[in-house]
Design a protein around this ligand. Structure first.
Ligand SMILES: [Zn+2]
Length: 157
């Protein structure tokens, strides 16, 4: 069964599924699993904060980018990024997961340091912070954006 499946999968996609159907399947999956990231984006828009970009081509792939304000936002999944509060290492393949998560954490630090050196203000949220109090996270970000506008405009003076 698995072998047959693999033969039909070209680049991880079913090659024999018409494009439209494939698109519909993705839409159905997406409708029920609104990610923390999408919820945060919606909360920003609801708060009148609309001037951001997603999928910006910056080092470290920040989740949200405010080009005019030089602010980048990372929404870090507690498991993959090793949250000290609720991140955990699975009981099986422990050393594999520990190494993988540690590597992710190192990579996060390195890439965010580069962004910092490039003059970006970096805002990081843990997944659990967004789930616990989304509006607090939005308010905090609104303040940071405002402060950073003052910071970057003081360069010009
Ligand atoms: Zn967490």
């Amino acid at each position: 069964m698995e072998k047959i499946l693999r033969e039909k999968l070209v680049n991880g996609q079913f090659s024999n599924v018409p494009a439209l159907r494939s698109k519909m399947m993705r839409a159905i999956k997406g409708a029920n699993t609104k990610s923390t990231e999408q919820k945060f984006q919606k909360a920003l828009i609801d708060a009148g904060i609309t001037y951001f970009q997603v999928n910006a081509k910056l080092i470290g792939n920040p989740d949200i980018f405010f080009p005019f304000y030089h602010v980048v936002v990372f929404l870090d999944g507690c498991f993959w990024h090793g949250c000290p509060k609720c991140g955990h290492v699975p009981k099986s393949n422990t050393s594999y997961w520990r190494t993988k998560i540690e590597r992710n954490k190192e990579r996060d630090i390195q890439k965010r340091l580069i962004l910092h050196e490039q003059g970006y203000e970096i805002v990081e949220y843990w997944e659990h912070e967004l789930k616990e109090d989304l509006s607090r996270c939005v308010k905090l970000l609104a303040n940071i954006i405002e402060d950073n506008l003052i910071r970057i405009s003081s360069y010009a003076v």
